[in-house]
Design a protein around this ligand. Structure first.
Ligand SMILES: Nc1ncnc2c1ncn2[C@@H]1O[C@H](COP(=O)(O)OP(=O)(O)OP(=O)(O)O)[C@@H](O)[C@H]1O
Ligand SMILES: Nc1ncnc2c1ncn2[C@@H]1O[C@H](COP(=O)(O)OP(=O)(O)OP(=O)(O)O)[C@@H](O)[C@H]1O
Ligand SMILES: [Mg+2]
Ligand SMILES: [Mg+2]
Lengths: 253, 253
């Protein structure tokens, strides 16, 4: 039975998609059955996993609004992960879902159909607190909050925690915050170190993953090549952090 | 009579807010009357301009949905810019506007009330192509598209250009793309240089601003201190790019 994670932070560009993909591949490398779900109409995760979003005829849109079974839409890639893809069609779903019954539980219903087949399911959220992110939080067992080590992204975290508290109260009482995942950390800058300290003090009641993902251009490069960061030609410290986090998630399953 | 700009890109974390604020201050420094409008419920621009979004009783929400006059809500800061602020209330506006008449023109109506008082008006958009961004594109004379020099953010630009073409066709035939503004450029990396080249070839029919904003931790530092980048203790190449762009915008007014 899969443990379901949402990777969420409405602040843009903090490493949600990069973390979802690389963590997924790191788990597949150690024998876990992994499904990634793209909940961003931009299809960044779908692209990183090696597919062309706009070329797909079936995506999660069909599961959400045309009652297609997820098994008929799920793709597999060369790095051992399965993907429920998304493309721009998903942008319409947000408006169409508003007036539907149980609109916050459409993703939960999809996941319940396939949960038995996987060990881990990760949902990549878009940079907003709209209905799709709400669906992800309602469906998740745990939330990982990527936070880039820059002040503006710490600000966004407070608003997200308020929403998570509301979701726990009204939609999903089991929801747990797995932790804050520091990304794009540059140890050479005072600001980076200050932010890491701030995350520890400001959110002392939350777990701060010790696997800080260091800043490296290799992430942008490998994403452009639709490869996981583990395929970079040189050793990338941030890659190791994702592998360590993967091992930890398996241990605490 | 103000020229109205939208800073838009649905890809998250590409420097929309940072560009809006620093460009605004750079124009105020050379004697221009500038209004900044925050259209992101996270209130990043409101924060950068020196205000605490959640502490404000009146924001753009009241103008959009309670017909409050913008003059009653606008704030001024120590760096010579005016601000029409936003906070989390704005997140509700998106849903409330959906069923209202002329829902795409609510921001246009607000701007028409105050346009005479300013030389430049800049709107900071959230990382999505929803109704608030649509409002900004309907109200704008020109669009500046910040694009970070990393591949994932180039992908998002194509989808944005399609939306802009639609807006031009149906809502705002005068809308012009002022150009793509390369941000977070790191000339030491091959990837950064490749992306700059890609922007030139892939979007050869668009203007690529020659004022490339180099990556610097000073942007995150000054944002945390709610100061414009010009206040950094050391010389910041990216700061000069914003000043040069400001002079160019005045020349081509
Ligand atoms: N540790 C890192 N070091 C440097 N760059 C990184 C790192 N992680 C991700 N990136 C790059 O930063 C950019 C933003 O990352 P990503 O797209 O994963 O963030 P996101 O939170 O999913 O963005 P969005 O809010 O738009 O969905 C991308 O260009 C990515 O390649
Ligand atoms: N030229 C730059 N070099 C380095 N860091 C930068 C630069 N410009 C902005 N930043 C930093 O990058 C992060 C993202 O910038 P910013 O918040 O302005 O982007 P945005 O597009 O407005 O994000 P969002 O999509 O969440 O609204 C911030 O931490 C900011 O301080
Ligand atoms: Mg993403
Ligand atoms: Mg912003």
């Amino acid at each position: 039975m899969a443990t379901v994670f949402a990777l969420a932070n409405q602040k843009g560009g903090v490493g949600k998609t990069t973390s979802t993909y690389n963590l997924g591949v790191a788990l597949a490398e150690i024998g876990q059955k992994v499904l990634l779900i793209d909940l961003d109409p931009q299809g960044g995760l779908t692209f990183c996993a090696g597919f062309e979003p706009e070329g797909l005829r079936k995506t999660i849109y069909e599961c959400l609004l045309r009652n297609k079974r997820p098994q008929e839409v799920i793709l597999s890639n060369d790095y051992g992960v399965d993907l429920l893809p998304a493309n721009i069609d998903l942008a319409i779903a947000e408006f169409q879902l508003i007036n539907m019954p149980a609109r916050e539980r459409r993703v939960t219903r999809i996941i319940n159909e396939i949960r038995e087949k996987y060990d881990f399911i990760f949902m990549d959220c878009q940079p907003s607190l709209g209905l799709l992110t709400l669906n992800a939080l309602a469906a998740a067992d745990q939330v990982i909050i990527p936070v880039s080590c820059e002040y503006l992204s710490v600000r966004g975290t407070r608003a997200l925690l308020k929403l998570i508290a509301k979701v726990k109260g009204q939609l999903n009482s089991q929801l747990v915050i797995a932790g804050l995942l520091p990304t794009m950390f540059d140890s050479r800058t005072i600001h980076g170190r200050e932010i890491l300290k701030l995350l520890r003090t400001e959110f002392s009641n939350l777990h701060l993953f010790p696997h800080t993902v260091a800043r490296s251009i290799r992430f942008a490069e490998t994403a452009a090549e639709r490869k996981p960061v583990f395929e970079a030609k040189t050793q990338v410290p941030g890659a190791l952090a994702y592998r360590q986090l993967a091992r930890q998630l398996v241990k605490s399953k």
